[in-house]
Design a protein around this ligand. Structure first.
Ligand SMILES: Nc1nc2c(ncn2[C@@H]2O[C@H](COP(=O)(O)OP(=O)(O)O)[C@@H](O)[C@H]2O)c(=O)[nH]1
Ligand SMILES: [Mg+2]
Length: 398
């Protein structure tokens, strides 16, 4: 039989832990197809929550099904969960763990619904307050309601991931597969409080895990007080913004544009150098002017080719043997982009006449070609290049 362990992190929960453990065991009694255990992870609570758990462990009805892990000091919710999961999936040989609060904010009667989803093949099941059937307490103050809802909306917008409704909730079922893929990237210092929940979920999404949500109505704690403070919100926000920046920097289009920009610089600099160094000459149809123009373009193309291969398309690198043919192809696509720019400028001027985007009457500059066409041409050229690189030069490996 498969085994699931409900992990309950505790810090000063002496008034809650007994009721919570008892309520969960009532639900366990109705579950037949899973072996169910509880693991309390206490950070040496000053109110001695752990002593109460030890007492409960002696009761026959809980016997060997209630485990306790004591940390020497308070290290935060994320650290408590990571320690707890390590023990649950290790020594205790769990297939699935639950994240569950000691204050009964999480509706324990939903545990079987989570297990159903796991049985159907989900890797991670989230308790959700923000899907139909779920909810937050009516008597929550305006402040807390707005904070929770806005927090979730902001997370969804910044991470541009709208498939998940409840990012910050702490009621979850996690399979061993999800744990093994995600936990190596979680370091408990950086992932405290809500950041732990958001971070674990975000990394699970990036790994392509199968995730679903089960609705539940959040209940307010009756005893004790919440340990989650404003620093958790700041940390969570800084985490999602960092992840967003990282994903933009990692984006292929971003790298492609940087390489293209560098290529332009290379072309301008080498052109100046060659013009300064090369003596004036004219040989048949070739003048030093055309030669230096051609050389600087070719060097820029070479730099674009090399940098795109090493960075933008590092995951589809061209081998040395393929390089000569691919470089020839690359030259042809680059010529294609120049051709596009010429066509746009010529057709534009023929059809609509010169149209200068930056024509400011006071300065009264005189361009011989419309800057608007140049800009459209460059933009279309970029589209063409990016398309051609993907389609012909760095084709996706099958
Ligand atoms: N072991 C451990 N548990 C913690 C720590 N901080 C919070 N908890 C527990 O995590 C759960 C959720 O905390 P709570 O303060 O209720 O947060 P809230 O529900 O967001 O207000 C409760 O069971 C707490 O006792 C911690 O530093 N260590
Ligand atoms: Mg709570």
């Amino acid at each position: 039989m498969k085994k699931a362990i409900v992990i309950i992190p505790t810090y000063n929960e002496k008034d809650n832990i007994e009721i919570t453990v008892s309520a969960i065991f009532d639900v366990f009694a109705k579950i037949n197809s899973w072996e169910m255990n509880i693991l309390v992870v206490d950070d040496s609570s000053p109110d001695k929550t752990y002593d109460l758990v030890r007492k409960l462990q002696k009761k026959k009805k809980y016997s060997s099904k209630l485990h306790l892990l004591i940390n020497k000091q308070k290290a935060g919710l994320g650290a408590a969960y990571l320690k707890g999961m390590e023990k649950a999936f290790g020594d205790l040989k769990a297939d699935v763990v639950f994240e569950f609060d000691a204050d009964l904010s999480h509706d324990e009667t939903k545990i079987p619904l989570f297990l159903d989803r796991i049985d159907q093949g989900d890797d991670l099941v989230l308790g959700s307050r923000y899907i139909p059937g779920g909810g937050i307490p009516d008597d929550w103050g305006f402040h807390r309601k707005v904070l929770s809802q806005v927090g979730n909306i902001v997370t969804r917008i910044i991470l541009t991931d709208f498939s998940i409704r409840d990012w910050t909730g702490g009621y979850r079922a996690i399979t061993k597969k999800a744990y093994e893929l995600v936990s190596p990237e979680m370091n408990s210092e950086k992932f405290a409080g809500y950041t732990f929940q958001i971070g674990f979920l975000h990394k699970s999404r990036l790994k392509g895990l199968k995730i679903s949500e089960v609705p539940y109505k959040f209940r307010d704690r009756t005893f004790g007080k919440s340990k989650i403070g404003p620093e958790y919100i700041k940390n969570a926000l800084s985490y999602i913004i960092k992840m967003k920046i990282k994903s933009i920097l990692n984006h292929r289009i971003f790298k492609f544009l940087i390489v293209g920009g560098l290529g332009t610089l290379v072309q301008l600099i080498t052109l100046q150098l060659f013009r300064a160094l090369l003596p004036d000459f004219s040989w048949l149809f070739l003048t030093s002017f055309t030669l230096t123009t051609f050389l600087s373009i070719e060097i820029a193309i070479l730099s674009n080719f090399a940098l795109n291969n090493l960075w933008t398309f590092a995951d589809r690198k061209i081998t040395l043997a393929q390089a000569p043919f691919k470089f020839l192809q690359f030259n042809i696509t680059s010529a294609g982009s120049i051709l596009i720019q010429l066509i746009v400028a010529t057709v534009g001027e023929k059809v609509w006449g010169i149209f200068d985007l930056f024509m400011i009457p006071v300065i009264n500059m005189n361009f011989d070609t419309g800057t608007l066409y140049v800009m459209i041409g460059i933009l279309l050229g970029l589209f063409w290049n990016f398309f051609a690189y993907n389609a012909f030069i760095w084709k996706k490996k099958k």
